[in-house]
Design a protein around this ligand. Sequence first.
Ligand code: 7TS
Length: 426
Amino acid sequence: MPTQSDIQQAIQALSFNPYTVREDFPILSEIFQRGEKQVPLVYLDNAATTQKPRQVLDTILHYYHHENANVHRGIHTLAERATEKYENARKKVAEFIGAPSEKTIVFTRGTTEAINLVAGSWGRKFLKAGDVVLLSEMEHHSNIIPWQLLSQSIGIELRYIPVTEEGTLVLDQLPQLVDERVKLISVTHMSNVFGTINPVKEIVAFAHERDIPVLVDGAQSAPHMPVNVQELGCDFYAFSGHKMCGPTGIGALYATERWLEEMDPYHGGGEMIRSVWWDRATWNDIPHKFEAGTPNIAGAIAFGAAIDYLQRLGMDAIHQYEQALTRYALERLEDIPGFRIFGQAPERGGVISFYVGNIHPHDVAQFLDADGVAVRAGHHCAQPLMRKLGIPATARASFYFYNTPEEVDILVQSIRKLKEFFGDGF
Ligand code: 7TS
């Protein structure tokens, strides 16, 4: 079992210090009153959303104090400032995921909207009744429902790559699952339930040999590991700013230039047009063709600031530290009798879904909250997967680079206390 001193050694070797970065996050100093006692916040719900550093918060304030104007339309100084900052943020996003050009980055509200954009625009143009979209059984609802909606309107069919008990994809079945009717594969890079990191590069290689495009849901991968979309080779990659220190309501879709050129607009309105007549219109260049209306300007600029922040720490170091912290947590949690983990893939990130004895996950989360520990309990927007696992929900702890081994210790202690509290009923 990695000891405190092992993990402290791992921390020494990092290019950042998880204890000092915490000072950048005002909310991490939150203290809750519990009767006579005060307990510090232990925030372990990072797969749902992450906290925001001062650098991102200041960027939002600075934007509204000094730069606020609409983008791409004004000639005045503020409009130029806002446009430059907004487009500069796009460049940062492109560079962050190794995209070949900022033209391949469409700002969206987040992963969900990015996937809906692909289903609504690419899907409607390139799919027809009887075509198959291949998903996996570990997808978040946001990579299931847009395809179900498309299925209801144009008659595509959905197939699913099965998952094993340990939370890995049964990729041996790909040759049987992928026939000539499969026209798109859309899979998550990292599961928000199991923490499994899927071998998307191999999936893309398999698909491209058959001329099948691939969408990667990067909601849980972009925040936690270095990602290079050109290396992965995927056609589409969707992710959210709020899961990587940015604000809510902003995210991005990467798509290859070829697809963006060929796809039709998703929403209609200002910004996305070149010329409009009463009965027709022509479209703006990519990516603006997909950004109708006034965008989330402050959000995009703050997303850029979040990327600057992460890159200062280093994505490799973030990944390395989270791996060490997850190992530290897993070994302590597995030591608790009756502790059951969902997701034992060898390649995994900092998401731990669990059951304690037969206590309902909502009770677990409530009990932990009394100790200041924030975990999520629920179906994690993966109801079909929960059904397959035969459970209504799990409790889930998920880490980010600002979590510490001491916080893991508090989680472990709190679960041990829970066990004592429930006694024989445990
Ligand atoms: N895909 C995955 C794999 C996710 O984990 C999530 C959000 C989404 C897509 C949707 O992202 P959004 O930013 O558009 O909402 N996952 C979670 C979660 O696990 N708990 O709350 C949100």
